[in-house]
Design a protein. Structure first.
Length: 80
């Protein structure tokens, strides 16, 4: 499975991050250990939601969508 996930910084709730992983638990641990350049300044993170896909291309397309204008609006309305 491929998981598109959304995180929110615990110390700075305005900081949000979306990503993709095959092992969601391990990936969240990596974010919280500071192993990601993009998220290490705002750790720890909490998982807001995730969406599971059995197709990698669909997961990647959805992640890309969430990082664009209309995807930002969709995530704000439905997840944040």
């Amino acid at each position: 499975m491929y998981y598109v996930y959304l995180l929110r910084s615990i110390p700075d709730p305005e900081k949000k991050y979306s990503g993709i992983a095959t092992d969601l638990k391990r990936r969240l641990q990596q974010h919280n250990k500071g192993e990601s350049i993009h998220t290490n300044k705002f750790k720890p993170w909490k998982l807001v939601t995730y969406i599971a896909f059995d197709d990698r291309e669909k997961a990647e397309a959805f992640e890309k969508y969430l990082k664009q204008g209309t995807g930002h609006a969709f995530a704000k309305k439905h997840f944040w």
